[in-house]
Design a protein around this ligand. Structure first.
Ligand SMILES: Cc1ncc(COP(=O)(O)O)c(C=O)c1O
Length: 401
């Protein structure tokens, strides 16, 4: 049967891209992949999870294996509140909704805020998974330039005023302020003040998606104080996730924000998946309650920091001088800029022949730019793979230059 004429408008938009097809090759044996933004699989806190499960009484066993309320497992909601309070976020007067990953949080928020044709503001570059959601709902993501301090306030103000005149106010600003995926850039504390006060002045909601903020290699938590911690007029909706502080396989994140926003997300979630995995929620609640999270993040800060240092050293040693890259202060990624005439998609096709893979720049750019950019993840490769991977990639770049 031929299905094309049966697909909805939204369904028809869901075509696999050429890049995705190439990325499938990145998973083949023998390829060193610095493509996926994945945590280090060698260090998942499996023993801690085992201890947690072994300690369950009949009540917890039942809660873990039973359907749960859409609003989440109450002890988990309490633990998340305690956990985020420790990072300076005020939870009084706010609501928390556990979600099926941060990805579902983005989706629920887009669903409650956006009609087809609405504009939303994003960084250039921005998280690919958020772009896919915005486009899926028919929204129009408009990109804002960044520099090494993050989103440029003048850009934000210019775009808000331009859009207001042409097509009405954007629905929100979506930002990933700390060790950004893909650029590794962190919005400085001054910038956060400026961006927050501009959004206040123009009355714009902010969606702050901040999965990496605890994985810093430099400074301390005060250097990565969130927009939500500045939120005197209750306009920031903050997305968190267990993917980088426990395990992405549990598929668990949360939304923290104004009660009326979170209540609507909860209603939207009822028809999405009824509830996030009860099993994951009981594990995560006990993981936070036992204090394992602080041990794990402290360990992973050291490990990721060493991997990042190694990747930056290898880049320094191997790359031709026409190539530059970001020096992240935390997180999983560095972002490479190739000479202007080079196309990272062609480079990927060549690189896969040489058994090394990365993610090309253009899917992260909603303005069609980023062709000479690429993202390298250091998080899930071992030292040998990082050395070999960068060496192979540099060789292919040299041959193409
Ligand atoms: C900025 C950002 N937001 C959201 C996500 C999705 O996270 P989750 O695994 O919690 O769905 C990621 C994952 O890489 C991310 O980098």
């Amino acid at each position: 049967m031929e299905f094309d004429r049966f697909f909805s408008v939204a369904g028809s938009r869901l075509k696999s891209s050429k890049i995705r097809e190439l990325m499938k090759l990145a998973g083949e044996p023998g390829i060193i992949s610095m493509a996926g933004g994945m945590p280090d699989a060698e260090h998942f806190p499996f023993e801690e999870i085992r201890k947690i499960i072994d300690s369950w009484d009949a009540g917890k066993r039942a809660a873990a294996l039973q359907y749960g309320a859409t609003s989440g497992y109450p002890p988990l909601v309490e633990q998340i509140a305690e956990y985020v309070s420790a990072s300076g976020v005020e939870t009084d007067g706010q609501a928390i909704l556990p979600t099926t990953g941060a990805q579902q949080a983005i989706q629920l928020l887009t669903r409650i805020f956006c009609d087809p044709g609405d504009t939303v503001l994003v960084e250039l570059p921005t998280f690919i998974g958020a772009v896919a959601v915005f486009i899926g709902y028919g929204a129009d993501p408009v990109g804002l330039l960044m520099d090494d301090q993050g989103l440029i306030p003048g850009e934000l103000e210019k775009k808000i005023t331009e859009l207001k005149e042409r097509e009405g106010s954007p629905k929100f600003l979506y930002t990933n302020p700390t060790f950004q995926n893909p650029s590794g850039i962190t919005m400085s504390q001054n910038r956060r003040d400026e961006i927050y006060s501009l959004c206040s002045r123009y009355d714009l909601p902010i969606i702050e998606d901040d999965p990496y903020y605890e994985l810093y290699f430099e400074g301390g938590p005060e250097d990565y104080r969130s927009l939500k911690a500045r939120d005197t007029d209750n306009r920031v909706i903050r997305i968190g996730t267990f993917s980088k502080i426990l395990s992405p396989g549990l598929r668990l994140g949360w939304i923290l924000g104004p009660t009326e926003v979170v209540a609507r997300c909860e209603t939207a979630k009822q028809s999405e998946d009824a509830c996030s995995s009860s099993f994951s929620q009981v594990v995560a609640a006990d993981y936070l309650a036992a204090g394992y999270v602080n041990q794990y993040t402290a360990k992973m800060r050291r490990i990721y920091s060493q991997k990042c240092r190694l990747m930056l050293d290898c880049l320094e040693r191997e790359m031709p001088e026409q190539v530059s890259w970001s020096r992240p202060a935390g997180g999983f990624f560095t972002w490479l800029t190739l000479p202007g005439h080079m196309d990272s998609e062609k480079l990927l096709t060549e690189s896969i022949k040489h058994k090394v893979a990365f993610v090309t720049g253009s899917p992260f750019h909603v303005d069609g730019g980023g062709r000479n950019k690429l993202r390298l993840a250091f998080s899930n490769s071992n030292p040998e793979q990082i050395e070999q991977g960068v060496k192979r990639l540099a060789g292919v770049i040299r041959s193409m230059i």
